[in-house]
Design a protein around this ligand. Sequence first.
Ligand code: ZN
Ligand code: ZN
Length: 475
Amino acid sequence: MITSALPYVNNVPHLGNLIGCVLSADVYARFCRQMGYNTLYICGTDEYGTATETKALEEKVTPKELCDKFHFLHKSIYEWFDIDFDYFGRTSTEVHTKITQDIFGKLSQSGYIKKDEVEQFKCPNCLIFLSDRWVVGRCPLKGCGYEEARGDQCDGCGKLMNALELITPACKICKNAPERTKSHHFFLELPAVEAKLRVWLEENTKEWTNNSKSITYAFINDGLKSRCITRDLKWGVKVPSEDPDMANKVFYVWFDAPIGYLSITESFLGDNKWEEWWRDPENVKLYQFMGKDNVTFHAVIFPSTLIGTGEDYTLVNQMSTTEYLNYENKKFSKSQGTGVFGDSARNTNIPSEVWRFYLLSNRPEQSDTDFKWDDFLAKNNNELLANLGNLIHRALQFTAKYYDKKVPKINFDLLSEKDITFLKRTLEIFNDYCEALNNVKIKEGLRIFMELSSLGNSYFQDTEPWVLIKNHPQR
Ligand SMILES: [Zn+2]
Ligand SMILES: [Zn+2]
């Protein structure tokens, strides 16, 4: 079973998102299908949360309308890039609510949920609770004092913030001063799950990429804390609770989003068949693809959620994490218009295969890599065209000219020493390719594949079949 990180619904994916998640997972899924493995590749849009609700307010549409628009935009971009999901779903479904509430109920029964009171901002004008990033104000740090610091982070000094610390806080939407209020929330008791989580990690991180492992251990060795999993919002999965303090609460999007993998599987298969994949850790191997910013959620918080239920769920076996793809030495940024986004790639009229080739050959595996137009052009001309394109073109042309467009059968009696060496080497390289892909070494797999293509070109050049056929037309 293969998943790629669920893209958040309210923006357009850029090339870095594509290579980090959906494209890498697509290559692996295609390989698995070709090998005859029973394969399921699932993805979809992550739709709930403050960011969607607030953006809908700004655009004067309902959250549902906003999600519909962006869900189909994402879907069409991935289709254009030829990403072959078994199913591309979404989290705003009834079955998602059902599975999320069910998992919460089990956590609660197992004693891993605690209620606590927290102080937070509410806007008296917009009548909503404000999450940290929807409060702006002056940075409290001496020597910074940046006037437009966000409640979650100051762009002036880069420090992480708590909105309550901001000087002269204001609602980001209407600019009025928010009020301090108290609200009750549910917390997931991560420290209580920690021992079980560590046992699982010790046994299961062997096949993870190094960056997955190092990010995971850095996070847990820093000390796990209880994590607030509810929010005062409307657009989300309703928290099932009889407690009057917990009326009108929904789950924090990072609690329900990974459960989306399970619910999207059910949206696809129906009849509770999601359990055949997600409740069978003995027989299902789970491969998850993501950018490094998603690791702690997939390696710590989501597994803790599932382990905390006390029941058997399929947990990640292989975590394939990429570093970042930058754009001409800068970070991709929608707000600053830096980078190539899915819809603009489509508008260039450069075929999606060419984008796929370049992104895969430049996949940020060990360190960040850079998208550069010059390099894109050079790799297309010198590698994709000169090597693979050339081999395919000359083979097709030769077959058309001498064999009536049909590949003739090999006559093994006529093979020369050189032909046999070539065939043997072909098989060796093919085996190396399969080994690389089985180990999710995608960039290495592409390199080996291009080696196979080079071998084909040299063989064509060395054996000169166009001469051979003139001298021995019966061959
Ligand atoms: Zn600051
Ligand atoms: Zn407001």
